[in-house]
Design a protein around this ligand. Structure first.
Ligand SMILES: Nc1ncnc2c1ncn2[C@@H]1O[C@H](COP(=O)(O)OP(=O)(O)OP(=O)(O)O)[C@@H](O)[C@H]1O
Length: 223
């Protein structure tokens, strides 16, 4: 049965242990609809582990993940249908251009080619990334890679974006553009949850945030 659909993301008692370390320790979280929400923690705090369980890549030892009330691990196809995701370091084959990256994600999400072309053109034009479409991804700067990653995540018209460390290594100008992209997404009714190891990112990009400390999620003062 579905849980409360009013939360974009809900984590209930989520746990993950590697060897003898409980990396995520009974994490509870309620992220409301229509905001940018941050998960802040230093390197090795468990942010990627939490993200991997939330997007359906890494099974939790205990607890559950709900996307608008749908249980990620019981009904993954339904839960993933409204998600846009961006890993910390996406693995892109050497010979891929931005267009190849966009096309592969579109096919993965079952977007038809006409819809893909229209949506990609709109997003790339809107965010001044047209040139990236024909450039090899391996030649991108970090900022370009992260901006394009955000476009790729937005392509399937998700209701919820789950982004692992999207601002890592990004120059100030690109970061500003990415904050605009996220704000535009929220203004259009979306919700974004991002992880970061930097308080400033949470302060500048997020409406609300939690810290991950010893595997637990704890509130942080309003950014
Ligand atoms: N598959 C795995 N097997 C064993 N240990 C793991 C595995 N994945 C992560 N860990 C360990 O879990 C801890 C948390 O890692 P995680 O990548 O989730 O942290 P993080 O907060 O995302 O760090 P960073 O900011 O460096 O990406 C680390 O000590 C890491 O070495």
């Amino acid at each position: 049965m579905d849980a409360d659909r009013s939360f974009a993301l809900q984590l209930n008692g989520l746990c993950k242990q590697f060897s003898d370390r409980l990396v995520v320790d009974h994490a509870d979280l309620r992220v409301p609809d229509r905001c940018v929400f941050g998960v802040v923690g230093p390197e090795g705090a468990g942010k990627t582990t939490l993200w991997s369980m939330s997007v359906g890549l890494l099974p939790p030892d205990e607890g559950d993940v709900r996307i608008f009330g749908v249980d990620m691990w019981a009904e993954p196809a339904r839960a993933k249908a409204v998600l846009g995701t961006l890993p910390d370091e996406p693995t892109i084959p050497d010979h891929w251009t931005g267009r190849d990256w966009l096309t592969s994600v579109a096919m993965w999400n079952g977007l038809d080619p006409v819809k893909l072309a229209v949506r990609a053109e709109r997003l790339l034009g809107l965010w001044d990334l047209t040139e990236a479409e024909t450039t090899l991804v391996r030649e991108y700067s970090t900022g370009m890679r992260k901006k394009m990653g955000l476009v790729v995540a937005l392509l399937p018209e998700p209701r919820l974006l789950l982004l692992d460390d999207p601002f890592a290594g990004v120059d100030a100008e690109s970061a500003e553009l990415m904050r605009e992209m996220l704000r535009d997404f929220v203004d259009g009714g979306g919700t974004a949850v991002l992880s970061t190891d930097t308080d400033e990112v949470a302060e500048e990009a997020c409406d609300d945030a939690v810290a991950i400390t010893d595997g637990r999620l704890v509130p942080v003062p309003c950014p």
